[in-house]
Design a protein around this ligand. Sequence first.
Ligand code: BGP
Length: 489
Amino acid sequence: MAFPKNFLWGGAVAANQYEGGYLDGGKGLSVPDMLLGGDVNTPRTFCPKIETGVFYPSHTAIDFYHRWKEDIALFAEMGFKCFRFSISWARIFPNGDDAQPNEAGLKFYEDIIDECRRCGIEPLITLNHYELPFELVKKYRGYFDRKVIDLFVKYATTCFERFKDKVKYWLTFNEINMTLMSPTVGNLYSVGIIQDEDLNRTAPCKFSELKDNPQQRIEGLHNQFVASAKAVKAGHKINPNFKIGNMICHVTRYPLTPNPKDMLETQRADHLFNDLCGDVQVRGAYPFFAKKFYRDMGIDTAFMDNEDDKKILREGTVDFYTFSYYMSNCVTVDETADKINDSMLGGAKNPYLKASDWGWQIDPDGLRWTLNKLASRYPDTPIMVVENGFGAFDKVEADGSIHDDYRIRYFREHIKAMGEAVEDGVPLIGYTTWGCIDCVSAGTGQYAKRYGFIYVNRHDDGTGDFSRSRKDSFFWYKKVIASNGADLS
Ligand code: BGP
């Protein structure tokens, strides 16, 4: 299998899902700090203020904050060439709009970056991975307020300046298209738009009960595009060798039947959910179909005609395209079709595919299809898969071993599919598996939904001593990396 030389093999995590230490070193509150856990059938709970006597998974997460050296050593032992992690904005600017950055926060990331470099691991940093300082939500209503554009650029520039000689690869916003795909996840994690009536609640409420204002949400997304483009431009000025990418959650969609109406509906969903954001960030302008989609949603699209913004979008296109890929699903106009059990992502069941315990359908061929699609949609743009993985319940045997052959199977098939895509000619530059070490699930807030090669002894009731152990997949991935993807046995 011909993976290019210098292929970036590694793993990925996000600050709020693995760091813990939620107030350590002067960090301010982030939106995920206000969330309790749920499960596959129970949405997470939002608390407008921190309650006592309840368990917030992100507050301790997996305690990377205190164990980073041990964890990076484990990544190095697997032979990682690349480690994707995010910086928590609230560690650098605790309120989001502070005049001066917090040195303790910058130093924390600098130590991690230095340790990665020392171990020969290339850092890939996401600036905004599903968390906004909570103060920005309360004070500005997140990205709905254009002031937050410049606050983001200031935060990004602070990181670029500090790490300009140590970090080459950056991503602006994680899964920026989630704001279109799932209003709740988008509002909370991405654009940070929570209405006053929800912020003023006296009791916690279900994630899914939070009010959505589509006009504000879509304008918030537009403001993120502008923020991303401005950051790309600023970054290139600071170091012309920076490679700054976008990040899309690509849920690949097939028509459930050959009914032309299913075909049309699939194309519509693909355009809106998968393509729109990538087009803006890679091509530098909204695609032809965007206005009609938005108008059909009842959105006033005047914000799209701002000439200054158009110029910024043109000037701040990304250097590479990255995406997460976990699953595919089907689209149909038949309302009686069997739905997958994931209210956030929707879609119909594919009779040819099996699913995880969380209803995510496993489709390695879909990854090859997607890579080919992206390579033709964005010619000459390097591509990287920055999330892919299998969330599963793991069982620890009496002797401490963990036989996660289901995870190995998942990765084997997906890596094989990537290899085939490379042979097809796709300019793929790297692969970081999601949750290379067990961490808190973004969707459900569970520890029990485990993705890692490394097991973390921490559980949904808040018990566990955080100790780490190697699963079977740890040794398997090590072999894959050592053989540059040739040995998948
Ligand atoms: C992506 C997010 C990650 C991650 C992953 C798995 O959408 O970028 O943060 O968590 O999905 O999802 P989950 O944690 O819900 O299983």
